[in-house]
Design a protein around this ligand. Sequence first.
Ligand SMILES: C[S@@+](CC[C@H](N)C(=O)[O-])C[C@H]1O[C@@H](n2cnc3c(N)ncnc32)[C@H](O)[C@@H]1O
Length: 288
Amino acid sequence: MNGKAVAKASKAEAELQEVLRPGQSIELLKELHILTREGRLNQDSRRKLKQVYHLFQFIEKLLLELPEEGTHASLADHGAGKSYLGFILYDLFFGPRGGGRVYGIETRAELVDKSRALAKRLGFDRMAFLNISAAESADAAELPAQIDVVTALHACDTATDDAIAFGLAKQARFMVLVPCCQAEVAACLRQTKALSLSRTPLAELWRHPLHTREIGSQLTNVLRCLYLEANGYQVTVTELVGWEHSLKNELIIARRTGQRKASAAGRLQELLAQFGLESLLETRFRPG
Ligand SMILES: C[S@@+](CC[C@H](N)C(=O)[O-])C[C@H]1O[C@@H](n2cnc3c(N)ncnc32)[C@H](O)[C@@H]1O
């Protein structure tokens, strides 16, 4: 290498060290395509890493609130995909603490296989990957009766609702949800054309198909928040800042208080009735 090349390489190395966390696995970051094969960071991966850290920080704060600062916490990630969230959490949080478990729940068998192989290669032995749907997860024998944290990041369609049902069944202390597009409520809206509201100007909110989808999505998240509050959770809704690559960046954090809010349950029922969505009371939003 000539002098110029050496200077360039050491500049790249310094840049990399600047963004890496102590003890962080370079191999993992390469596998997740955050670093190039040569271990380099480009503009794109720098942004990606920033986003991952950003979400990690939210979850880390919650884990630290758990007994023994989360050392023995269990976390289940629904619609895990390539499980990069689970892997980063394990690498930066659970691994160094020597305790805790991460479960990835994913319907695509090839992604589950890949995650299992990667976890084995990295020695992340307290990670498990289940090739089941979010809906099946609450009854899966491989999962413990209680789970501390439930995450669902862009879990498709109703998988977020299934993750919520799982969290309720497992008495999760925290749920961290970044919902994806949801079609179920929009389909109901289309079918009923919202009965009592259809004769009011409010019906304009979903007359055009694009708006039906958008308001369906918005309404779904509002219903989810009310449902969580009605079931003993305090809910905050913010934006997942720095998630510019996705339009779906609503971050719902639910914290278990055990105090069921009757007013939220009432509002939930009223909203469902107004929008002609009572059928969802039987399926998604069953009163507790
Ligand atoms: C958009 S990807 C998100 C992956 C990952 N959470 C992320 O943010 O990178 C959604 C993933 O959820 C999986 N999925 C879809 N429906 C599911 C369900 N009902 N149960 C479990 N996984 C599901 C898909 O196969 C896909 O891998």
